[in-house]
Design a protein around this ligand. Structure first.
Ligand code: PMP
Ligand code: GLN
Length: 383
């Protein structure tokens, strides 16, 4: 068999989480909470199962969940998507990303990817026969260089993949970023996939920064050509449920669903009913940013006396730190060594670059209970 993905191995998340498990290390690598979701939500699943919601869901998602997503989107962003033909429930954001990329990309099409990039984008592009074209975001601020983006756009550019708040860097796009992107795509036949799974995790919103999540749906020029993707995993602490969704204008959704129906057909039924009911409560997502800001601050305080250097992350539940003052080892080697030697697992950020460019930066996930964060901080500070 000739591999269709010759450059792909096992994902770094699988590798580091297994290593953490095998060594008993504190696992700050893969992005998932080490605490449980609201029992109200899990009770709703049990109830949905008892109410006989156990057979195939409709292909686009159960109607009550699509309606709840439409209501929430209108409330939070003031934009209306029609539940019947503009909202599709997917098996996590991962399936939505795969389906959206497959929907748009034809062999030979170029796709702009900002890197460091979440690891699922490029394989999906390559399986569709597309050609990834990279625009590098450079530390410390990881702001897109719009001139560089413009230079990379050609007649073959069919898609640009956006991720804000950004994994792994935590950068949150500004309103100006949206305007710059809109100016570049306005007169071109370019589509957008916007990965917004961390939409509710944006920090320091009351300070000078005036920071907020700016969804691509909030800009009309962008909205009409964008597949906006989110996931319940991050928002409700249920990464293992693998339920996400895609919002896109009617015509785009019609094509998206043709792919979705042959990737998974439909998504686990009782969880959809539970989520639909639970979405009536806005508190969980309204309080999420403060909840994680407290954790970010706790972790940063715990490593304040260490030799790691960092800029407080703007969003997501990831903190990048530079270890240049400690060692010049490659980041992958250091992540493995720290897991063995001090019992703290992290993610080497070079894996998010196609050429494995090593900036000597590790990513730590702070979606962990406070005690774990303090213990990890103590160990890291002793280096
Ligand atoms: N996009 C980004 C940026 C992510 O960080 C993740 C998950 N960690 C996903 C997509 C995938 O989300 P899901 O687990 O819902 O498939
Ligand atoms: N998105 C998670 C992270 O960035 C991992 C998800 C996965 O394991 N595929 O850590």
């Amino acid at each position: 068999l000739v591999s269709k993905l010759p450059h792909v191995g096992t994902t770094i998340f699988t590798v580091m989480s297994k290593l953490a498990l095998d060594t008993g290390a504190l696992n700050l690598s893969q992005g998932f909470p080490n605490f449980e979701p609201d029992p109200v939500l899990t009770d709703l699943v049990a109830r949905a199962m008892r109410q006989e919601h156990n057979q195939y869901a409709p292909m686009p998602g159960v109607p009550v969940l699509r309606e709840a997503i439409a209501r929430k989107t209108a409330e939070v962003y003031g934009i209306s998507y029609h539940p019947d033909h503009e909202i599709t429930v997917t098996s996590g954001a991962t399936e939505a990303l795969f389906a959206a990329i497959t929907t748009v990309v034809r062999p030979g099409d170029e796709v702009l990817v900002f890197e460091p990039a979440y690891d699922s984008y490029v394989p999906a592009i390559e399986l569709a026969g597309g050609i990834p074209v990279y625009v590098t975001l450079t530390p410390p601020d990881y702001a897109p260089d719009w001139l560089a983006v413009q230079e990379k756009i050609t007649d073959k550019t069919r898609l640009i993949i956006v991720n804000t708040p950004h994994n792994p860097t935590g950068r949150v796009w500004t309103r100006d970023d949206l305007n710059q992107l809109a100016a570049l795509v306005r007169d071109r036949n370019i589509f957008l996939v916007s990965d917004e799974v961390y939409e509710h995790i944006v920090f320091d919103r009351n300070g000078e920064s005036n920071r907020a999540h700016h969804s691509l749906m909030s800009h009309p020029t962008l909205q009409e050509r964008t597949f906006v993707i989110s996931s319940f995993g991050k928002t409700y602490h249920v990464t293992g449920w693998k339920i996400g969704y895609c919002l896109a204008p009617n015509e785009l959704t019609a094509e998206f669903r043709k792919v979705h129906q042959f990737v998974t057909f439909s998504v686990v039924t009782p969880m959809q009913y539970a989520l639909a009911e639970y979405m009536n409560r806005p508190e969980p997502y309204l309080e999420l940013a403060d909840f994680y800001e407290q954790k970010r601050n706790l972790f940063l305080q715990a490593i304040a006396g260490s030799r790691f250097r960092f800029t407080p992350t703007e969003g997501t539940f990831f903190q990048n730190v530079s270890y240049a003052a400690i060692t010049d080892e490659p980041d992958y080697d250091l992540a493995v060594r720290l897991t063995h030697d001090i019992g703290v697992a992290s993610i080497p950020t070079s894996v998010f670059y196609h050429d494995r460019n090593d900036y000597h930066i590790l990513r730590f996930c702070f979606a962990k209970d406070d005690d774990t964060l303090k213990r990890a901080g103590e160990r890291l500070s002793a280096l």
